[in-house]
Design a protein around this ligand. Structure first.
Ligand code: HEC
Length: 146
């Protein structure tokens, strides 16, 4: 009986160095944590920067009819607003036609989805904030033919 107990104790003692409290396993993990700390601090600084990226540039100054407004309308609107298909009795194929809806407020009304205007483009995604800002700027300048 005492022989068995001695054997058990031996076995337990033999397993001891493998427990999580074993100095042999504990010290390397402490070194690992200490070693990673500066890396974590650095990562956090990087995270902060990436979570607050500079606002995406939206150039609302270099806006012209020919280079900015017309290409956008061609791409998003003219399929429904041309001389053959004049949806809502509006064509947006020429400067004069665009100028008419720009100066009476309808152009900005429809693209900003303002109350009282049909939301444009029909069946498509709303223009981006930047695209809207650029058209708005052009209209505020007096919708010039530039
Ligand atoms: C899929 C077809 C379609 C597309 C694309 C489309 N429209 Fe229209 N648009 C219409 C229809 C249909 C009407 C008439 C809606 C109504 O009167 O309720 C209309 C009406 C209008 C009107 C007249 C609104 C009024 O109150 O008189 C303007 C201005 C206009 N659209 C501008 C645009 C602009 C700008 C775009 C692009 C951003 C665009 N549309 C894209 C179909 C379209």
């Amino acid at each position: 009986m005492s022989q068995l107990r001695a054997l058990t104790r031996q076995k337990v003692a033999g397993r001891m160095p493998l427990t999580p409290y074993s100095p042999r396993l504990w010290w390397p993990s402490l070194l690992l944590v200490v070693g990673l700390l500066p890396a974590c601090t650095y990562d956090n600084a990087e995270d902060l920067l990436s979570k607050n990226p500079p606002a995406p540039a939206c150039d609302t100054v270099a806006v012209t009819f020919s280079a900015s407004v017309a290409p956008l309308l061609q791409q998003r609107c003219v399929s429904c607003h041309n001389t053959t298909l004049r949806s809502g009795d509006v064509s947006l194929s020429t400067y004069t036609q665009v100028q008419r809806v720009a100066t009476d407020g309808r152009l900005v009304g429809v693209i900003t989805h303002a109350p009282g205007y049909p939301a444009m483009p029909v069946g498509g995604t709303k223009l981006s904030d930047c695209e809207i800002a650029r058209i708005r700027y052009w209209v505020r300048q007096g919708a010039p033919n530039n």
